[in-house]
Design a protein around this ligand. Structure first.
Ligand SMILES: NC(=O)c1ccc[n+]([C@@H]2O[C@H](COP(=O)([O-])OP(=O)(O)OC[C@H]3O[C@@H](n4cnc5c(N)ncnc54)[C@H](O)[C@@H]3O)[C@@H](O)[C@H]2O)c1
Length: 320
């Protein structure tokens, strides 16, 4: 199997690339290293990947036809080729202020990728979807059969559009795809705009943390190594057309998450309790039954193990 991995300098893309390379799979990375967050972090992740023989990078934007064509040339075509499309504009909060970024990267970008998968006869597509697809639903567990027509953010809407387009391309052209709905992913080399990074950074530098939803939010926090196991399995299985949740399958209180971060930092945080932010969901809770059945997905890392790994990485990376 050979894989074109978009978003390879991103958080989940970097970990996915490492896993695939360790399994002896050739990876063509693709990323524009955009400055949505500190691009140095993306460069540092990429430097680690460049050290592998099986890795080649194309620097470029999803909206640049020539750059994408170069990457697809390197991938080639046939049954043993896959595209793993993880590049996107993420961040629910950013989608309130900059909807145009989401239309460009997530709608136009996705179309450019899936069109090439079709025209160049690539063996299959695996792409990142999100728990934000579900919107705020008052159910015990979010499972794939629930209705998903009331997202709380434009971010969720663009990912829903990706799922719909993948469905149509299967019906029209027989294009094989698997959409993976990730639930709040965290771990070393994580994203600076996400809660774990923001909280750790603030606590270690004696700044107050902003706790939205008055601390009453609940999340299904998923450790990145569990996610990449699911992504690698989806690439291998290459189903006809599937949408699958990838979460930990365990819902945690935001305040418990903060408590573990405080223990790791050896300090109590000064907390500013604030209302929910527009676009956020109160609670996420993944039903992972389908992933277990179809991908032998077996998430195993709880936050009391995963959060310390992040904080250790953060301290070493930033020398604090
Ligand atoms: N991290 C999470 O909790 C989470 C949850 C649900 C879904 N997702 C999805 O998983 C995927 C990966 O997320 P992540 O957390 O690694 O985010 P990330 O921002 O770290 O990674 C995305 C990468 O894509 C690149 N990129 C963005 N737009 C691009 C463009 N137009 N052209 C080329 N490269 C571009 C960015 O430079 C970045 O390196 C995204 O599709 C995201 O929506 C993430």
């Amino acid at each position: 199997m050979r894989v074109l991995l978009t978003g390879s300098a991103g958080f989940i893309g970097f970990h996915t690339a490492r896993r695939l390379l360790a399994e002896g799979i050739e990876v063509v990375g693709f990323d524009n290293f955009n400055p949505y967050y500190d691009a140095t972090l993306k460069e540092r992740r990429n430097q680690q990947l460049e050290g592998h023989d099986g890795f080649r990078l194309v620097r470029g934007d999803l909206t640049d036809p020539q750059a994408l064509d170069r990457a697809f040339e390197l991938l080639g075509s046939g049954d043993d080729t896959r595209v793993c499309h993880l590049a996107a504009q993420a961040g629910v909060r950013h989608s309130i202020e900059h909807p145009e970024d989401f239309v460009r990267d997530n709608l136009v970008g996705f179309n450019n990728v899936i069109e090439r998968v079709r025209r160049r006869e690539v063996g299959g597509l695996v792409y990142a979807s999100t728990s934000s697809i579900y919107g705020d639903q008052d159910v015990e567990r979010l499972h794939e059969e629930l209705p998903t027509d009331r997202q709380a953010s434009l971010y969720g809407v663009t990912k829903k559009a990706n799922e719909l387009q993948a469905g149509v391309y299967h019906r029209l052209y027989g294009l094989r795809s698997t959409g993976l709905r990730f639930f709040t992913v965290y771990g070393p080399w994580g994203r600076p705009d996400m809660a774990l990074f923001l909280f750790t950074d603030a606590i270690l530098h004696d700044r107050p943390i902003k706790v939205f939803g008055h601390g009453e939010m609940q999340r299904d926090f998923t450790y990145v190594d569990d996610i990449t196991q699911g992504v690698a399995a989806a690439l291998r299985r290459n189903y006809e057309l599937e949408i699958i949740n990838l979460g930990r399958g365990k819902t945690e209180q935001l305040m418990r998450y903060i408590e573990i971060i405080e223990q790791c930092c050896g300090k109590e945080a000064e907390k500013q309790f604030l209302p929910m932010q527009p676009g956020d969901m109160r609670r996420t809770s993944a039903d992972t039954g389908k992933a277990q059945r179809l991908l032998e997905y077996a998430p195993s890392t709880d936050i009391d193990v995963g959060v310390p790994r992040f904080v250790d990485w953060y301290r070493e990376y930033h020398g604090v």
